[in-house]
Design a protein around this ligand. Structure first.
Ligand code: NAD
Length: 252
């Protein structure tokens, strides 16, 4: 068991990738705090995790609200007294496929709040717990669009910001035994995506990407979860400040 007796927080744990990460961590022996704005989805993840013999707790929190992130970390400190791993997975693109002239101030702000500012504040709270411990592993969720993406302006800016922030934090926290890395998946098949697009549009997108990616398919949530597990485990003890592209070779 690669995470035996570790305490891990996973945000976005009701979603496709977050749930896979939470279950993957639990299978490897971690107690997992599953958090999401979606309380019912969180509870469902906790039930699945317990069904696998794992343990943890479910905490509803909106990561765009600083006080809710602070409360989440306080609850973890009260219950467990330590925190070994944080996977900041919550996020999403609320302004996809908009031309630059159509950028909407509110949607842009939400993209920055939901993806970038949430990550920064969660990492701040994680650092407050992990620095005195002298150990910790932080895994942030970027996206392959950190490289830039036409029609995803505010989302790609937020995901690119996560990469810059991850590197900055790695530089600052390394001396405290804390690693900070980021994940950058290309298209991942998650239920939310499929239902938002509808089966026909999803199938067109999936096929188009699969043809373009050298490995000939899109990613599964487990592809991402296994990479998060690697970065959260001691197998990645000497890796920090990196972004790992989980893309089937999409951009080489
Ligand atoms: N699916 C992809 O193709 C893909 C690719 C690259 C990166 N990502 C990133 O992966 C992460 C997970 O996305 P997913 O694909 O699993 O989608 P998803 O929609 O299934 O999961 C996102 C989760 O975040 C939660 N969430 C939304 N707003 C929140 C808030 N304010 N506070 C707390 N939780 C909130 C949602 O309830 C949901 O459970 C996101 O950060 C996303 O940007 C996804």
């Amino acid at each position: 068991m690669r995470l035996f007796e570790k305490i891990a927080l996973v945000t976005g744990a009701a979603g496709g990738i977050g749930r896979a990460v939470a279950l993957c961590f639990a299978k490897e022996g971690a107690s997992v705090i599953v958090s999401d704005i979606n309380a019912a989805g969180c509870a469902a993840t906790l039930e699945l995790l317990e069904g696998l013999g794992g343990s943890g707790m479910s905490v509803q929190a909106d990561v765009t609200q600083e006080n809710e992130i602070k409360s989440l970390y306080h609850q973890i400190a009260d219950r467990y007294g330590k925190l070994d791993i944080v996977a900041n997975i919550a996020g999403g693109d609320v302004e996809p496929a908009a031309d630059v002239e159509q950028i909407d101030y509110l949607k842009m702000s939400t993209n920055l709040d939901l993806n970038l500012k949430s990550c920064i504040i969660s990492c701040r709270e994680a650092a407050r717990m992990m620095k005195p411990q002298g150990s910790g592993k932080i895994v942030n969720m970027s996206s392959l669009v950190y490289r830039g993406s036409p029609n995803q302006f505010s989302y790609s800016a937020a995901k690119g910001g996560i990469y810059a922030f991850t590197r900055s934090l790695a530089m600052s926290l390394g001396r405290y035994g804390i690693t900070v890395n980021a994940l950058a998946p290309a298209l991942v098949e998650v239920p939310a995506f499929v239902s938002a697009l509808g089966p026909e549009r999803w199938e067109m997108l999936r096929k188009e990407c699969a043809q373009r990616y050298p490995l000939g398919r899109v990613a599964t949530p487990d592809d991402v979860a296994r990479c998060a597990l690697f970065l959260a485990s001691d197998d990645a003890a000497f890796i920090t400040g990196q972004i790992i592209e989980i893309s089937g070779g999409a951009r080489l």
